[in-house]
Design a protein around this ligand. Structure first.
Ligand SMILES: *Cc1c(COP(=O)(O)O)cnc(C)c1O
Length: 216
């Protein structure tokens, strides 16, 4: 069997062991890898893939997305306003909603294109200067703006925790915030920390290198 599929199945069974009744979905993060490298997993039947650049994703996924209507593409990287419309055209989920201007453009693009995506609001849980995401203090009003005024289907919160070995603390914070807002889904956990994320009720883990190998 192909290595990619073996590694994917191992992660799947790890998650099932951690949370036997969980509904955690694995987003196979395929950024930087060519379609040929990803194909075995697509043919195996896996449906969720993550990319972090709109242009790269368009080139890679446009045709195959058209052929396989049930594939679900996730935009997990920072989304520039000028790429938002193309993103609405291609993706099914956007995990990096984090400012009102972006919400405005996404909302208009949905109307123009007749599309309805699912959104995660990215939270800058460690208040890191260089990181994307809305601050915890602004989260509730931003959530209301997106969901009530802009009609965006916000299904949960997303986090990339600071690199300080405290992911558990940040995952717990996100889980609590999600509960306060009454949201169902959580996008958290990567190759290195998905075990902890699953224990804090993540519903979408974003896993790249542990499935596809090291990126250049
Ligand atoms: C690249 C990336 C991942 C996957 O990271 P791995 O460590 O390879 O699993 C997850 N989330 C985001 C936002 C990413 O950019």
């Amino acid at each position: 069997m192909n290595n990619i599929i073996e590694r994917f199945n191992k992660i799947k069974s790890n998650i099932e062991k951690l949370k036997p009744v969980s509904n955690t979905k694995i987003i196979a993060v395929s950024k930087t890898f060519p379609l040929d490298h990803i194909k075995p997993l697509i043919n195996y039947g896996h449906l969720h893939y993550g990319e972090n650049k709109v242009q790269e994703a368009l080139v890679k996924w446009k045709d195959i997305k058209y052929e396989k209507k049930n594939l679900q593409l996730h935009m997990i990287g920072k989304l520039q306003s000028n790429k938002a419309k193309s993103a609405v055209q291609l993706f099914d989920f956007i995990h990096s909603l984090d400012n009102p201007k972006l919400a405005d453009i996404l909302s208009n693009s949905e109307k123009n294109l007749g599309r309805n995506l699912k959104y995660f609001i990215q939270v800058n849980v460690g208040n890191e200067l260089q990181k994307s995401g809305i601050s915890i203090g602004e989260l509730e009003s931003f959530y209301n703006y997106c969901s009530k005024e802009k009609n965006l289907n916000v299904i949960g919160l997303m986090v990339i925790p600071p690199n300080d070995n405290n992911s558990k603390k940040y995952f717990k914070t996100l889980k609590d915030l999600n509960l306060t807002l009454g949201l169902q889904d959580l996008s958290m956990g990567m190759s290195a920390d998905y075990h902890d994320a699953v224990l804090f009720n993540s519903t979408y883990v974003r896993i790249g290198s542990s499935i596809f190998g090291k990126r250049n």
